[in-house]
Write a new protein. Structure first.
Length: 251
């Protein structure tokens, strides 16, 4: 069998089953695990899957630039953002992550909301300028341009002084076993630090992020107390998350 044919079968199996294991593939093809791992490495390098220990998972498609992502899934993002906004109670201290869904969340907040919003996203902070009763705390640091957020040691230090009621987290991957993930190492540190400073973490997850993984782990799936997904999400994708003890809210 040609390498190209083998890779095609691997991708088809990945799409059908949500994961592939190197050992099982080697038995199926009658080849060494080293050969299969080389196939997986090459597919990973092409951005067609995400390698993990023992095999591979579907790669998250939420890796385009901020401007490109801002044009995608607008209806789903709006519904998720609206459901998220409804979880905020007056007087709360709320952390809002960066990203396009978070930007939409800001647009869904009531104009008369009385709350404190903490964010490391300049675009989120600017979006709150016309909310007169919202106090905005902007965390600084090095700008990570993909998500337009501050990262680095200075940002982590600033977060250590915050105790929030709820944190709305953006991710690029949500997987029942691989957990929550993102495409930048420093951003993964920041998200984990923010989750540690909030009583509740709510993950905003459009369809492209479910059952997918990115290079850098934020934490186990149980780091999220609630995951908000779009209403049309297949129950088969939701069930493993609920079995792990995470609440799933369809928007």
């Amino acid at each position: 069998m040609l390498t190209s044919q083998r890779k095609k079968i691997i991708l088809e199996k990945l799409a059908q089953e949500g994961q592939v294991l190197a050992k099982q593939l080697s038995e199926m093809f009658g080849l060494s695990e080293d050969t299969v791992r080389r196939d997986l490495r090459e597919l990973d390098a092409e951005g067609l899957l995400q390698r993990v220990h023992g095999g591979a998972l579907p790669v998250s498609s939420a890796i385009a630039s901020f401007a490109e992502r801002n044009q995608l899934e607008s209806g789903a993002k709006r519904a998720i953002a609206k459901a998220a906004a409804a979880l905020i109670a007056p007087g709360q201290v709320v952390i809002i992550d960066g990203g396009t869904t978070s930007a939409e969340l800001v647009r869904q907040l009531p104009a008369n909301l009385n709350a404190t919003i903490v964010t490391h996203s300049p675009s989120v902070a600017v979006g709150l300028v016309d909310h007169p009763t919202v106090e905005v705390i902007l965390i600084g640091g090095r700008l990570y341009k993909h998500s337009i957020v501050s990262v680095g040691a200075a940002a982590v230090e600033a977060m250590s002084h915050i105790r929030a009621d709820i944190y709305f987290m953006g991710v690029t991957g949500v997987h029942p076993t691989a957990g929550l993930s993102t495409g930048d190492l420093e951003e993964a540190y920041i998200k984990r630090a923010l989750a540690a400073r909030a009583a509740e973490t709510v993950v905003l997850a459009s369809a492209a992020k479910l059952n997918a993984a990115s290079q850098y782990a934020i934490g186990d799936i149980t780091l999220a107390h609630t995951i908000i997904v779009e209403r049309a999400t297949d129950d088969a994708l939701i069930a493993p998350l609920q079995q792990a003890g995470v609440s799933v809210l369809k928007a």
